[in-house]
Design a protein around this ligand. Structure first.
Ligand SMILES: Cc1cc2nc3c(=O)[nH]c(=O)nc-3n(C[C@H](O)[C@H](O)[C@H](O)COP(=O)(O)O)c2cc1C
Length: 178
């Protein structure tokens, strides 16, 4: 546990004390090799009452008990994962009535805004309290042969790389709770 974690936690605690209520948050993520789950878990670890759930699994928890919903997906060839796309389109109305945030996981931070605009309808984006590209993990040991080939050819990447940005995770949570 690093010092950023402790600072973030103290800030979160004091915000909640002032408001007298703890925000219950459900973090739904779509992942292929686990990086987006890692980000979802890091967000949850910094919040007081957060549950995480894989959108690739059935039995998504009922939203009713949650004040806030976070949806995150990784990016492959410029696209969010299908289960995230389907979830967002099927639940756009319900999300519009909640406090909600969106995050993406990928290695190309320079295209973060493009990935949101090209994958997620404006009608959903405009209702989100915060949208953020939070970095990712490329692990050649988890990638298949074709994935390794693509990453080497297109992104010149062949080594394990972790760009998950804890500072941006803190900012994401602060914006969500503001
Ligand atoms: C074949 C392949 C294609 C990828 N395409 C993109 C891309 O278009 N943009 C990007 O930012 N990251 C891209 N990435 C990086 C992944 O989005 C990143 O590793 C992410 O953290 C993986 O998350 P996951 O393990 O939750 O699926 C790609 C990775 C692979 C292996």
């Amino acid at each position: 546990m690093n010092s950023m974690y402790r600072q973030g936690r103290m800030k979160t605690d004091s915000v909640n004390e002032e408001r007298g209520a703890i925000m219950k948050t459900l973090i739904l993520y779509a992942t292929k090799h686990g990086a987006t789950r890692e980000i979802a878990q890091r967000i949850a670890d910094r919040m007081d009452d957060a549950a995480i759930h894989d959108l690739g699994q059935s039995n998504i928890p009922d939203f009713i008990g949650f004040d806030c919903i976070v949806v995150g997906s990784s990016i492959y060839a410029g696209m969010i994962r299908k289960e995230a796309k389907v979830f967002l389109s099927q639940n756009a109305d319900t999300l519009g009535n909640k406090k909600f945030g969106l995050f993406l996981s990928g290695m190309d931070a320079t295209r973060g805004k493009d990935f949101f605009d090209s994958n997620i309808p404006q009608s959903i984006l405009q209702n989100a309290k915060v949208t953020s590209f939070l970095g990712g993990i490329y692990d050649p040991q988890k990638a298949g042969l074709i994935e390794r080939f693509i990453m080497k050819a297109a992104a010149k990447q062949s080594k394990y790389t972790d760009t998950i940005d804890d500072g941006k995770i803190e900012e994401f949570i602060e914006a969500l709770q503001a």
